[in-house]
Design a protein. Structure first.
Lengths: 149, 149
């Protein structure tokens, strides 16, 4: 089964700020979408991510290892996303907090998966920018990549 | 086997300019790396892409369908890349020239593959920018994503 994979390195002395950006409403709404609600810092918590009038995702937190790993499962959203898992592995490498990203469980490598792969890369660059500078570019100010946005 | 997939949409009235940016030295050197040599507009042609002091890739053109499809095979470069195929499918959708990108034939989903996936997304955004505005951001002025560059 095909996966979406990415790697970014965030210039910061520890993975703690990255972990915070992945588990708090304040953090998530500053790099993914400014319309984020729910609970990201507790296993079993559910997060609601919404993107203007284009719907969004309800995501359950299924693993949390502070400073090391965050794993989510998609509960509601576009059909292709339901049941997929989104993982962020964190590790420190010198001056960089490395994020290894995997969005797995896609049934088929549909055109929408191609779109989501590119979109994830740019959102992870938004996460990098947020942690490094204090400013990300979450939806609705996200970088548009194609006619699906 | 895992693949790297991406989708970008380029605001332009036909895929011809995108095709040109994928098959000419002038085009390739304006979005991927400014150190590009060889022949990209003939099946069987070999292109040399070099990235500063970090080496690069020798790539053979194996399919060309003007305005529709470009397929390459990697001949020389990092071990993980040798033998892999890089494809660009083009199609027009309204005001957008859509590029469906696939880098296939990876043996394993190694950490370097995660890096290359993110890097490809940003280079494809550079291709989009080149065709839309006349300016890309090829190496060495490419956007850095992590400690591997």
């Amino acid at each position: 089964m095909p996966d979406i994979l990415h790697r970014v390195g965030i210039k910061t002395s520890s993975p703690d700020n990255t972990y915070k950006a992945l588990t708090t409403i304040e953090g998530l709404s500053a790099w993914w979408t400014n319309n984020t609600q729910g609970q990201g810092d507790t296993v079993g918590g559910v997060l609601q991510f919404r993107f203007g009038d284009r719907g969004g995702f309800d995501i359950k937190v299924i693993e949390l290892h502070p400073g090391r790993r965050v794993l989510w499962q998609v509960m509601e959203g576009p059909e292709e996303w339901i049941g997929t898992r989104i993982g962020f592995e964190l590790k420190q490498d010198g001056d960089f907090s490395i994020v290894l990203f995997k969005h797995e469980g896609w049934k088929e490598a549909v055109e929408f998966m191609h779109h989501c792969s590119t979109k994830w890369a740019l959102f992870l660059m938004s996460l990098k920018s947020l942690v490094e500078t204090g400013n990300g570019h979450p939806s609705p100010n996200d970088i548009k990549i194609d006619n699906w946005n």
